[in-house]
Design a protein around this ligand. Structure first.
Ligand code: GLY
Ligand code: MN
Ligand code: MN
Length: 465
């Protein structure tokens, strides 16, 4: 599954025109063994390689010689042995042709070409590697120690790739919307089948089934738990009980590699408890209010702070917080209940381009990422929004006993927090609601078909179970 040849050609033309000179080396991913060499994890191509070439095969690398205007893909054609074991697949030459690249060479031809360029003192631009095999390959190819590869990566190339991949084309938005629609089906499946007595694992398996049946896979490991306060909870061993609520954060990846990322929280029984309903509505109000403010030119940092203030207002109504919401958020008091960021970019990666560095993806040279303040250090996106961005909005409330105990013992920010009340929420769990949103020329559009979000809509579905 690929876009048209022209799509990849024009993406590479733009890239070439944004990097002044030298060579651009883009590494594809390799197979990764699970427990022995031939038993591998599902292969996932590097997203930047997919973006510029669309070829989802392992063991490739591409070299764009900017000065000579020549693009080469390095990789090995199948041997007879490969064909015997895996069947005849499309040749690399055929795949490269579809990406508009006519020059393919064996994988082992890359080293000599790079060495020559390096000896001539020509700039070789590469991205920070994250895949262990590519760390080793790049270290061999460039002679740079593995520990120094990240800092040796080309900032010019990172900036050029981020600028391009951040603005989604119409055909990318359509593909992302396909992923979101499958994600909606995944959520409906869980919401329609959950019952007290079931395990989280049974629901998580059903969610994955929907993603795979749609022709893709999961965009990230499913977070599905009655312990929704554990932010990235991948444990699925709990049994659902009446009175629990279930946080389901799951999303599909399409065959072309684009992600969806949705969260809904629903009661394990037919209805929310009175307190769950109140807390849910605090989160939903923050989501709707933050979403309504999305448009080009607005800083996502301000959207985040707005969501934090909305949550604080709600927590005040619940009796957990007090005082001026603006002052409370400035002091970081809300982070007892909302420890993370309100959202992130989404595209070929669920946290889009996170491998290229949050500073480059979510911030600018003038808006530096706060890497030390609790809460803000987990905000992946802060900068001004542009039309064509696709991002998530995902406020939540998370009642983490260890954190509440620590803050209470220290009486931290007690002017904003009623620690007497906090105790009643020790085992309350967590709630998040997450949507995927496109920034349009004048505002925004929530992607995908509608998915039950209000208490009434969710309880209507749960009533039918
Ligand atoms: N699914 C992970 C996240 O929402 O960021
Ligand atoms: Mn999510
Ligand atoms: Mn998300």
């Amino acid at each position: 599954m690929m876009f048209s040849t022209q799509t990849y050609r024009s993406r590479r033309d733009t890239l070439q025109s944004n990097v002044p000179s030298g060579l651009i080396l883009l590494m594809g991913n390799s197979e990764a063994p699970i427990n022995f060499k031939d038993n591998t994890y599902p292969f996932r191509q590097d997203s930047t390689f997919l973006y510029y070439f669309g070829i989802a095969a392992p063991g490739l690398a591409a070299l764009i010689d900017i000065d000579e205007d020549r693009t080469t893909i390095f990789g090995d054609e199948m041997t007879l042995d490969d064909i015997i074991w895996m069947g005849r697949l499309e040749t690399l030459r055929e795949k490269a042709e579809k990406a508009g690249v006519s020059d393919t060479r064996p994988a082992n031809a890359l080293a000599a070409i790079l060495l020559e360029a390096l000896q001539e003192g020509r700039p070789v631009h590469f991205l920070p590697p994250y895949h262990p095999t590519n760390c080793i390959r790049l270290a061999h190819l460039t002679g740079i120690a593995i520990e120094q590869l990240a800092e040796s990566a080309s900032v010019e190339l990172i900036k050029a790739v981020v600028a391009q991949r951040s603005i989604k084309s119409a055909e990318e938005v359509a593909e992302i919307e396909r992923a979101v629609n499958t994600s909606v089906d995944m959520h409906l499946t869980a919401m329609r089948m959950a019952k007290p007595g079931m395990t989280e694992q049974q629901l998580a398996a059903a969610v994955q089934h929907v993603a795979q049946q749609a022709g893709g896979t999961l965009a990230y490991p499913t977070i599905l738990s009655v312990r929704g306060e554990v932010l990235h909870n991948h444990y699925h061993g709990n049994v659902l009980k009446e009175g629990d609520w279930v946080l389901n954060d799951s999303g599909a990846e399409t065959a072309m590699g684009y992600a969806g990322d949705l969260t809904r929280t629903f009661p394990a029984g037919k209805t929310f408890t009175a307190l769950q309903k109140e807390a849910y509505e605090v989160v939903l109000t923050a989501l709707e209010s933050a979403t309504a403010a999305l448009k080009p030119g607005v800083r996502y940092l301000d959207i985040h702070l707005h969501a934090c203030r909305m949550l604080t207002d709600g927590l005040k109504a619940l009796g957990l917080m007090r005082g001026d919401a603006e002052e409370a958020v400035a002091a970081g008091a809300h982070t007892l209940f909302f420890q993370c960021g309100t959202g992130h970019m989404m595209g070929l990666d669920v946290h889009d381009m996170e491998d290229l560095g949050e500073q480059h993806v979510g911030y600018t040279d003038t808006l530096r990422k706060d890497t030390s303040t609790f809460g803000l250090k987990s905000l992946r996106l802060g900068k001004e929004l542009q039309a064509g961005y696709v991002l998530t909005v995902e406020p939540g409330l998370y009642f983490i006993p260890e954190l509440m105990d620590r803050w209470k013992a220290e009486k931290r920010l007690a002017q904003f927090i009623d620690y007497q009340k906090v105790d009643a929420f020790r085992n309350f769990g967590g709630v998040r609601v997450e949507d995927d949103i496109l920034i349009t020329a004048n505002g925004h559009r929530v992607l995908g078909k509608p998915l039950a979000k209000t208490v009434a809509d969710i309880e209507e579905i749960r009533a039918g179970v």
